[in-house]
Write a protein that binds this ligand. Sequence first.
Ligand code: PEP
Ligand code: MG
Length: 325
Amino acid sequence: RQEQYRALRDVPAVTRDGVAVGLQLNAGLIVDLSHLGETGAEGVGLFRTELQFMVAERMPSAAEQQVLYEAVFDAVGDLPVTIRTLDIGGDKVLPYMKALEEENPALGWRAIRIGLDRPGLLRMQLRALLKAARGRPLKIMFPMVATVEEFVQARGIVEREKAHLTRHGHPLPADCRLGVMVEVPSLLFQMDEIAAEADFLSVGSNDLMQFLFAVDRENRQVANRFDPLSAAALRAFRLIAERANAAGTPATVCGEIGGRPLEAMALIGLGFRALSMSPASIGPVKAMVLGIDAGAVAAFLERELARTKDGASLRPALAAFAEEH
Ligand code: PEP
Ligand code: MG
């Protein structure tokens, strides 16, 4: 198997009916980036910056952050990389930062909410990113955005940082694109607006499923209360893909489901053309992509979603479909 996957390294991920699917890596530390070459991934779809903060003993300084981001850009070379701003709070605590006593941390003060309430931390990170990316393209993504307004505010902070750097004679990135994680269900009902405002979208299916089904992603007791291949989940993914595609806004899936072949097949059938995953998933997902007809998967899903009556999972039907084709 491993040998087979290695042989696929330089084979483009294109379905039998000619649909190209971008397969990218999720990463969080520099060592993760060594997998870029060996997997043949087309870039880094999600770089989780909180990892640097979580392994440190104290808050990383602006200079330390910049050094890390420069190392990221060196490691990816000409490949694209999407860097996510700090996603702390919830299950990601920093030992040196006083945590709030919260009844429901997953629903609490976390990610972009901290960034907007205490912009000092976000500004320091953005400045480090903008400086590190001088002269090269930069893609920044914001986590846990719940309203279009939050994204517009975050974008305003980026614009102010760019103006600050320009005033001080620092070169800017060649191109700076700003994206949004789609992982809070309220965004499903602002899809047209967010797709119009953001340069790109990335579905955080881990959190999206947690909040959509009210199932704690860390709690095994309730883990099989939902299936990302149930009609409700698939309709949510379909809505995101449809609206993003209609707006011409690129949409990736960077949650764990993008790295599972059956789930990834369904996502392609629903209209996604880019998936970001852990290194070990690239081979199996690419093998799946090479074997499917995206149009046939789309037609099959459309039919099954129209006729399902009980919200039961389409997993058995999809598995049978995959087996037959
Ligand atoms: C997600 O929520 O699906 C995601 C990719 O982000 P994280 O797992 O870091 O919350
Ligand atoms: Mg998330």
